[in-house]
Design a protein around this ligand. Structure first.
Ligand code: SF4
Length: 612
């Protein structure tokens, strides 16, 4: 779509067309809505083509959430949970076949050097080839680990759990949402409580330490007894599964557009807060059941803006001018700023969270998601009668409308295994390994990265360069690397060391060239030598280190306090004993400056002389 947007935007920028002509052209592109023209637009359904896949993914210099190579294995979910917007708007279901996943993984790991691959899907446990694909990755990319950061499994199968034990950073996440049979039928969550109990039992048997559970409060037809049932359920699992720790996350229900619940009213935040307090109070003394919750006032705003219209733009602007910014960070969120904005713009927020009549036209209907409105209405009415609708991918099509227009393949045949994959894994034998000491340097670009972040970047470069690092065994395998004491942030260095082990002997003639070619620049690999023992870093911390201080505004103020200093231009070189206290303290002594002034100087570590 971006490619289609570029020509009209370019023409407008080059003043070849006027603004109204631009808008007109944009409305001709499928998936674009221009409020000024009041057009309606049809959702785009992108096929799962390999050429659309971003193979060369960005590798961040610092650690971030989801710091891994990401492959979307399946898009869409047809379980039909009536509260879930994604479940309706991402239809139809699309699958990526294991062969393609393996090809993408190989290319991606070669380009990025990532150690982990994250599989993305709404419910990865619904992906029919999950176990085979994980095994295949383990076979093809031995030192690469699949991670399913959270796996919303409703019913864990034992063989799946056994296999998933090989994954890194994997924790069991269960999303019962509600615990009573009545509410299960209302929201169409087809996971009986017995299955949740069984999944928890398996988690305990396979020694998973934590289980995370997700629940909603305030769903349509909820009554006081449903909250009591939720508390009873949590108490029961806490009592029955004594080796596990639990985290129960409670979220107030928000009716979403394009779902069967788009017409229902939303519970006021005060009421949600009362329920949350009631649940929290029941576990105040508990050590193994932690209750967390989503701020009901945030849910209230989500409900308002989610089912809002263009009039709310002024509320947003006023709230922003009142200082509402970074609201998703708890410490910044201040509901009173929005309250004032609603008041100032004369808008009643409850108008947006009220129950909608079935006849009124809804603001979000300008976007056609290809789901028939009569289908959503039928689902809504079924929820009131507590009648469930089966998963159309496992049973028959329930006529949501997507197939009607697209003639989509999976809608015709459902999700089932069309192919069998026999992946045999060879047993890992302890291999010989080789020890290396790498000398590297880094400059301005890297001086504010921690030693840990730089080490992670180096691991990526080593892997990208085809080195087979030696990994530890166990639940979270890590490469065998080690480093000396770190430099403080802000320092450059001409000589840093990193020890690592490989399971293949290196060709040292070429390796430096390859490493430097794969370096992002600013990080230079200078020397690599085979060693026969792991270095004794304590020796290095007692060594003599030569430093340069450069870009000093008042060089004269410093030079008199330095011993063994040589002055050249705006640079002073000096040597001091690393062993006497921390580096900053030593530099303070050497320069005669106070702590703050020392921190403002620009240092470069030149050389380490190891003392015997
Ligand atoms: S058209 Fe039928 S099979 Fe396809 S997503 Fe809709 S209900 Fe499911």
């Amino acid at each position: 779509m971006v490619k289609e947007l570029i020509p009209p935007l370019q023409a407008y920028k080059n003043r070849e067309i006027k603004r109204h002509e631009l808008y007109k052209e944009l409305t001709g592109i499928k998936g674009v809505f221009v409020p000024e023209l009041g057009n309606t637009t049809l959702k785009r359904i992108a096929p799962f083509k390999e050429e659309y896949f971003p193979v060369a993914q960005i590798v961040p210099s610092i650690d971030i959430v989801h710091n891994r190579y990401v492959i979307e294995i399946m898009r869409g979910c047809t379980r039909g949970c009536r509260f879930c917007q994604g479940g309706f708007t991402y239809r139809p279901t699309r699958l990526r076949m294991p062969e393609e996943i393996i090809e993408l993984a190989k290319k991606g790991i070669q380009l990025t050097g990532y150690e982990d691959i994250g599989f993305l899907a709404f419910t990865s446990s619904d992906y029919p080839y999950l176990i085979e694909t994980i095994k295949w990755i383990r076979k093809e990319l031995q030192d690469t680990f699949v991670s399913l950061p959270s796996l919303p499994i409703d019913a864990i199968e034992e063989n799946m759990l056994k296999e998933l034990r090989h994954l890194r950073r994997f924790s069991i996440t269960l999303a019962p949402e509600v615990v009573t049979e009545k509410l299960r039928k209302v929201i169409n969550k087809n996971v009986p409580l017995e299955l949740i109990y069984r999944s928890i039992e398996l988690a305990e048997r396979y020694k998973y330490p934590h289980v995370k559970l997700y629940f909603m409060i305030g769903v349509p037809e909820e009554e006081e007894e449903d909250i009591h049932a939720l508390i009873d359920f949590l108490k029961d699992i806490e009592k029955k599964f004594r080796r596990l720790r639990f985290k129960a996350a409670i979220s107030p229900f928000v009716p979403r557009p394009h779902t069967p619940f788009q017409w229902v009213g939303q519970e006021p935040p005060e009421r949600s807060l009362e329920k949350i307090r009631q649940i929290k109070d029941a576990f105040r003394k508990s050590k193994r059941m932690q209750i967390t919750y989503h701020n009901p006032y945030m849910s209230f705003l989500e409900g308002i803006f989610g089912r809002g219209d263009e009039k709310l733009a002024q509320v947003l602007e006023i709230a922003y001018r009142n200082g509402a910014i970074f609201d998703s960070r708890k410490e910044f969120f201040d509901f009173s700023k929005y309250e004032k904005a609603f008041y100032a713009s004369g808008i009643d927020p409850y108008k947006y969270t009220r129950k909608r009549s079935l006849e009124e036209s809804l603001p979000w209907e300008v976007i056609n998601t290809e789901i028939f409105k009569p289908f959503l209405l039928k689902e809504y009415k079924k929820s009131l009668k507590m009648v469930m609708t089966p998963d159309c991918m496992k049973e028959k099509c329930t006529g949501c409308g997507v197939w009607f227009r697209e003639g989509y393949e999976l809608c015709r045949k459902g999700i089932r295994k069309d192919k069998e994959y026999q992946i045999e894994l060879e047993e890992k034998k302890p291999a010989d390994y080789y020890r290396y000491l790498l000398t590297y340097a880094f400059g301005e670009k890297f001086r504010f990265l921690s030693q840990r972040d730089i080490a992670r970047i180096i691991i990526h470069i080593l892997r990208k360069s085809g080195l087979r690092l030696r990994y530890s065994e166990g639940f979270v395998p890590r490469p065998h690397i080690s480093l000396p004491n770190p430099l403080p942030l802000g320092f450059e260095s001409d000589e840093e060391l990193l020890y690592f082990e490989t399971i293949e002997k290196l060709n040292r003639d070429k390796i430096l060239q390859v490493l430097n070619k794969n370096s992002p620049g600013g990080l230079v690999f200078k020397k690599i030598e085979e060693v026969f023992n792991k270095p004794d870093w304590t020796k290095y911390s007692k060594s003599i280190v030569e430093f340069d201080i450069f870009r000093i505004p008042d060089i004269k103020g410093i030079q008199t306090n330095l011993e063994n200093a040589t002055i050249k231009g705006n640079k002073i070189s000096f040597v001091f004993d690393f062993g006497k206290g921390g580096i900053l303290k030593a530099l303070q002594n050497a320069t005669g400056l106070d702590k703050d002034s020392v921190r403002k100087l620009h240092f470069r570590k030149k050389r380490i002389v190891v003392k015997d």
